[in-house]
Ligand binder design. Sequence first.
Ligand code: MN
Ligand code: MN
Length: 468
Amino acid sequence: MSEKEKSAGQLLKEKLFRSPKNAGSTLSDEELKAAFDYCEPYKDFISTCKTEREFIDWVIPVLEKEGFVPFEAGKKYVAGDKVYINNRNKAFMFAKIGRKPIEEGMHIAAAHIDSPRLDLKPNPLYEDQELALFKTHYYGGIKRYQWTAMPLALHGVIIRKDGTSVTVTVGEKEDEPVFCVSDLLPHLAKEQMDRKLGDGIKGEELNIVVGSMPFRDDEVSEKVKLNIASILFEKYGIVEEDFQSAELTIVPAGKARDIGFDRGLIGAYGHDDRVCAYGELTGILASDPEYTAVACFADKEETGSDGPTGMNSKMLAYFAEDLGRPYGVPGHVILENSKCISADVNAALDPTFPQVHEKMNAAFLNYGIVVTKYTGSGGKYSTNDCPAEFCAEVRDIFDGANVVWQTGELGKVNEGGGGTVAKYISRLQVDTIDVGVPLLSMHAPMEIAAKIDIYMMHKASEAFYNAK
Ligand code: MN
Ligand code: MN
């Protein structure tokens, strides 16, 4: 139908109503190809970096190749300089110094690089019924029943008493063994099946099977545990006490995979929130920023952002202070003039469970990144509620760069809720808005994201960093 054939009502409706569209229908062929191409290295990345430490081990060489160097507090930096700060190998920040004077503020994008998982306890190894197992303490919000009877990998680091360290990754290569949480056979699960779903697997039932073969010596007890301890000593030079100064974690084994005949989706462990961190990284590398561009990768978001590597620490505030000191600019002045997109995943409407969403304000796969004015729960408790002025600015930036985006609330009012690192940044007087990739099955061992939305996170970051 041509323009002049449209009725007055149709034209008025077009002018006045929102009209969200599936980007799978609206993107040009070139853009669609760009989105799919962008996701190929992303799949390698998300398959390789399963912990915050692994992300940092991976990102430092990437940045150094691009000319980034360790930040020196108090040094005068000029436009085009590139610096990074490694906070305890668990949180990370890097920046491209912009052309504007530092007192005019920074453009910050923040994401978190930790994901829900099963951490080993400080004394994990034991033998029961002639099997060797690890005790775990789960990290972050998981549905525990999802973690049984599937291949799991061990990732982490052990620091020996003398300070030397050993990095551990077992279960990712084809020829390596994997680990597993056993579950009851249905035939004998009568009592278990009567439990509420949340208690289907209790916290102390997330025990990892790590061995079955006894040490061949009839003079000793705990032969299977001894055999495992002996293998660990041989391979890593560690004794049982070394677990007490380790960060070892159990994550789903295996690589990210395309999902669907049309390959439009990616299933992977830990999209939350390394998918946003990746978009920030590629976005900042592609940018030519007017304002100093900062990417902040925080740890501990899944457990409340506490500790020296969480976003509720002083890492961003101290960075601003250090950056401003040689110019006599107080850190708070830089922060007050700064702007931030807090990039974290959001819930996409799941066709099997639509009842938890309010459709007018839900996010959908393939509708682009989700912009969320406020998070929190109940009557907007514990939220960063982004000022309408900054919402308008971000709309304009994204529209100006053809970023496909949508709005989304995390579920119906009073259905649950959650927060992000946004409130820990906005409390520093930084205008902050939540932006992120919509997911199905958030926090599950395999989370689902759409390739178009993953690509839009990159475009959104680049546009935000380039904003005048
Ligand atoms: Mn998250
Ligand atoms: Mn999360």
